[in-house]
Ligand binder design. Structure first.
Ligand SMILES: Cc1cc2nc3c(=O)[nH]c(=O)nc-3n(C[C@H](O)[C@H](O)[C@H](O)COP(=O)(O)O)c2cc1C
Length: 360
């Protein structure tokens, strides 16, 4: 038993779609909680006015009845309200009538740092829009909705996932960058608490929890670095100062006083909080564009300028939280199984009773 997530959707197309399969039957979902996560993704200092335009909400097309999962694939939809301005330009079928609205002219000046150039060359595109619409991080909206569902599943086994920005003076950096019509990146941290030891496996790289978390975070647009626990800093330390000593409390339950490992040893959760960080590069769409080459004429020019954020670090925290929640929930489904929610909870309980460990 495992969880699977497939998403589809372009930035200015009609909607974003996710199919989440492998959930147990009987999990109550709270629409307001999912919408609250969607709203969190849209907020944050430095985001563009598009976020006011969108006001994302989730629709469920399948897999849910009266708020309870059926154990069948859950189909989630987040509509792109902005599509109304792009109806001709992003029409899935050959558009009717005269060109109108946005996206009617081909994009031929690729933006450095975006998928515009590589995508156009790879797919043989005359209009880089065909690449950038999917490469855009807009699709993270529906991934956040799916992540919110997995957080509800994790809550059933008392696992909590939270995120925060760890970049200092982010707002000042954003204000300065905005004044100079530039962009900034930053670092976010996600912490998963309450996860028992034993999720993931050292047996193969596909099963290693640290590798899976790294892939989940690196799979998010603009993430260029990932750390687990003390991460890169561990390389500077001596072994005696880098590892977390094993202690037992009065009941014989095992615990650590430090968590340099970030809750994962040998690719397996060790019962301490899972702590991961992701570094985001400065956003590549610039209001003062960098040099580029027109792919149509071969002439030197300046990259495409399109409405864009100055920073999306706070949004990244929410997206990273969803990605980590999905990975932790997937590992929990693999370990505890169960078709009915009660079976899953029972699997977790029986296991936690067997081992000398408790949630702290
Ligand atoms: C939540 C979020 C919002 C983003 N918003 C923008 C944006 O407004 N403008 C932009 O140029 N890039 C934005 N990006 C980053 C681009 O999507 C990303 O840099 C681009 O797709 C190229 O992919 P890469 O950076 O992973 O190589 C955003 C990324 C995230 C995670």
């Amino acid at each position: 038993m495992t969880l699977r997530l497939t998403t589809a959707g372009e930035s200015h197309g009609p909607a974003l779609v996710a199919i989440l399969s492998g959930l147990p039957a009987g999990l109550m979902l709270d629409r307001a909680a999912i919408d609250a996560d969607l709203a969190r993704r849209q907020q944050g200092y430095g985001r563009s006015p598009r976020q006011q335009l969108e006001q994302d909400t989730v629709e469920v097309l399948a897999g849910l009845r009266h708020g309870r999962t059926l154990g069948s694939p859950l189909a989630l939809v987040v509509r792109n309200r902005d599509h109304s301005n792009w109806e001709w330009g992003m029409s899935p079928w050959p558009p009717e009538g005269e060109p109108a609205g946005k996206g009617t002219k081909p994009v031929t000046l690729p933006r450095p740092g975006h998928a515009d150039l590589a995508g156009s060359l790879k797919f043989g595109l005359a209009d880089a829009r065909d690449a950038l619409e999917r490469a855009s991080a807009r699709q993270t909206a529906v991934a956040v909705a799916a992540g919110s569902v997995t957080k509800a599943l994790l809550a059933q086994i008392e696992v909590e996932v939270e995120s925060r920005v760890v970049t200092d003076e982010l707002e000042e950096r954003i204000d300065e960058a905005r004044a100079e019509r530039d962009t900034v990146g930053g670092v976010v941290e996600v912490v998963g608490r309450g996860l028992p030891p034993g999720l993931g496996s050292y047996a193969s790289k596909e099963e290693r929890l640290d590798a899976r978390l790294a892939a989940a975070l690196m799979g998010i647009q603009a993430v260029k670095g990932v750390e687990i626990g003390a991460g890169f800093e561990l390389a500077e330390r001596r072994g005696s100062e880098a590892h977390d000593e094993i202690l037992a409390d009065e009941q014989g339950d095992l615990y650590r006083e430090t968590n340099f490992a970030g809750g994962v040893e040998g690719g397996v959760s060790n019962g301490e909080p899972v702590v991961v960080r992701a570094a985001m590069k400065p956003l590549p769409t610039l209001m003062r564009p960098l040099r580029s080459v027109d792919l149509d004429t071969g002439e030197a020019g300046e990259a495409l300028v399109e409405r864009s954020d100055v920073a999306a670090v706070e949004a990244l925290a929410v997206v990273a939280e969803a990605a980590v929640a999905f990975e932790l929930a997937r590992a929990a489904r693999e370990k505890f199984g169960g078709d009915a929610l009660g079976d899953f909870i029972q699997g977790h309980r029986a296991y936690v009773e067997r081992i000398p460990w408790r949630t702290r």
